[in-house]
Design a protein. Structure first.
Length: 248
């Protein structure tokens, strides 16, 4: 076997196909074990207790104030992502992590077919944050969480959480939440990058010597040239990123 070099760093050793396939077969055993472990964890997740939240908690949508229970849109379950917001700041300075996560969510029909609604609950004022949604071209239901509702929904946590709810008649219960790397489930880009030889190119990864690792974990991995990466295709397409703020 030999090791070649590539413009972006070292490349894997070269093997014949049978040797290569044998290594993949070994890895596949571990991948299947990981899948079964994830299934077992999901089964444990389904057996968690739940905690009641006020179904009348006020959110702000396109038509004004609405109670939390209306966000279910008649369905029995709701998945909500609580998006961070920097009030008064321009689009380029909005949360790169939340932009990364939300940019991956578009087709809701599969969730809806299983009686699950989805919505983004944003930290900022509706008029300002919904302009960001429009600039990004996002189509998921979008609501603002007014200050008086934050404690009812966040309860000591912070925006940037992914939450599951269950509706039972006119009552609403929180069944699960996660944050940080738990939110990666929203973004298949990371899962796909994990299947590539260079991975995410982030400095924390365990990669062979010489592998390219350009980004840390404090947001730079989700930004390019001063903006969240997902903004650039919108800018190039001529979308207006004016959020109506002084920081424009």
């Amino acid at each position: 076997m030999t090791e070649a070099m590539h413009g972006d760093g070292a490349v894997p050793t070269i093997a014949d196909r049978s040797t290569w396939q044998a290594r993949i077969d070994e890895l596949r055993v571990k991948e299947k074990a990981l899948t079964r472990a994830a299934d077992a964890l999901a089964a444990e997740r389904r057996r968690l207790p739940m905690v009641e939240v006020d179904s009348a908690t006020v959110l702000i949508g396109a038509q004004g104030a609405v109670p939390l229970i209306d966000v279910f849109d008649g369905r029995s379950q709701l998945i909500a992502y609580f998006q961070m917001w920097h009030t008064g700041m321009p689009a380029a300075d909005q949360c790169e992590g939340c932009t990364f996560s939300t940019s991956h969510i578009s087709e809701l029909s599969y969730l809806n077919s299983r009686d699950v609604a989805y919505a983004t609950l944003c930290q900022g004022p509706y008029d300002e944050s919904s302009r960001y949604r429009d600039f990004m071209g996002w189509t998921v239901p979008w609501y603002s969480v007014p200050d008086e509702s934050v404690d009812r929904l966040i309860t000591g946590r912070h925006f940037g959480i992914l939450v599951s709810y269950l509706r039972v008649a006119d009552r609403v219960f929180e069944t699960y939440w996660t944050t940080g790397r738990g939110n990666e489930i929203m973004a298949p880009s990371y899962g796909l990058l994990d299947r590539t030889v260079y991975g995410r190119k982030e400095t924390w990864e365990d990669s062979p010597d010489g592998w390219p690792q350009h980004w840390g974990t404090r947001g730079d991995q989700m930004r390019q040239n001063g903006r969240p990466s997902a903004q650039w295709p919108r800018i190039h397409a001529g979308h207006d990123d004016d959020l109506g703020t002084d920081g424009r």
